[in-house]
Structure formats: C-alpha cells, structure tokens
Design a protein around this ligand. Structure first.
Ligand code: FAD
Length: 139
C-alpha cells in the first residue's frame, strides 16, 4: 500500500482544554501504533497543525475519524501526497510544545510572526514540521 503524507490545519473548539488535548494524544498514539501511522501534532491555544503518514488507506481512515471530531473545526488539508519514505517515523504522534512555535520560526515559514497555520503553503507547513522535529525527543 502506498505511503502517503497528509498535513492539515484546524481550529480548537471551545471545549478543547488541556485535558482534551491529553486525551487526543493518548488515543492517537494507541490507534496510530496499531495502524503503523506516524506523525506530529503541533498546536497553540487556537490552531492545530498535524501531519500523519503511513499506508494510504490507514491515513484516510484516521483523517475521516478526525474530521468529525467535535474538539476542533474548520479542518483544511494543506498537503496530501504519496511519499517514498517517512519523515516522522520516530513518533506515533509527537506533540510539539507551544513554546517551540517562536516568532522567528513563524517568520521563517510565513508572512507573520504569529502561528497562523491556515496561511502556510503545504510545503512550508511540511518544512516547518521537519524543522520542529529536530528539537523533539523520540518516543
Ligand atoms: P470513539 O472513541 O468511538 O468516539 C466517537 C466519536 O466521539 C468520534 O467522533 C470522536 O471524535 C468523538 N469523541 C471521542 N472522545 C471525545 C471527547 N472526549 N470529547 C468529544 N468528542 C469525543 N485519532 C487517531 O486515531 N489518530 C490521530 O492521529 C488523531 N489525531 C487527532 C488530532 C486532532 C486535532 C483531534 C481533534 C483528534 C485526533 N484523533 C486522532 C482522535 C480522533 O478524532 C478520534 O477521536 C479517535 O481516532 C477515536 O475515534 P473513534 O471513531 O474510535 O471514536
């Protein structure tokens, strides 16, 4: 089955507090390990930016579950493509701490010093996540 990478952005719902985030990461890691999915989830208190990679059918199944999750809304795909190898294979779902989303990083990949992931191109989002992973310990 073809390896695929999906990157999307979404907006946290009002109910999505720290406990909800912890629950999302917990269920994601369990499901993703089972389905051989890998990736990263970055967020601040307004937006999510997530990358999921793995077998195309499994990526699509996970995305369809994620789409209907009431803990976020306004889900927009930034990138969906076949890949030859995984970039985030060390994480079933690595969490990028908000403090990593610095003004310098945002300026490097977008026109703003704020984290505004809806304004990123798919390629910028991918490169930003690639840069962020360098600071992240493996799971
Ligand atoms: P069930 O646990 O059977 O739940 C049924 C429905 O209720 C689903 O629509 C579910 O989204 C919703 N739901 C479940 N718990 C809560 C809750 N505490 N509050 C409100 N609604 C709830 N899942 C993955 O497997 N892999 C991922 O990488 C992944 N990433 C995610 C990223 C984000 C930003 C979000 C918001 C969710 C993510 N999830 C991920 C979780 C995913 O949306 C599903 O909740 C999860 O996969 C379980 O799906 P299920 O059909 O078994 O739902």
């Amino acid at each position: 089955m073809y390896l695929t990478r999906l990157i999307y952005v979404s907006t946290l719902s009002a109910e999505c507090d720290q406990q909800a985030l912890d629950e999302i990461l917990q269920i994601s890691r369990v499901n993703n390990q089972k389905n051989h999915l890998t990736g990263l989830l970055s967020h601040n208190n307004r937006y999510f930016l997530q990358c999921i990679e793995g077998a195309r059918a499994k990526v699509n199944e996970a995305y369809n579950r994620i789409l209907s999750d009431p803990r976020h809304s306004r889900v927009v795909i930034l990138q969906y493509q076949e890949i030859t190898e995984r970039e985030f294979g060390d994480w079933s779902m690595g969490e990028i701490p908000q403090c990593y989303l610095t003004a310098l990083l945002n300026l490097q990949f977008s026109g703003s010093s704020e984290f505004l992931p809806y304004d990123l191109t798919g390629e910028s989002a991918y490169r930003m996540l690639r840069q962020l992973k360098q600071k992240l310990p493996s799971e």
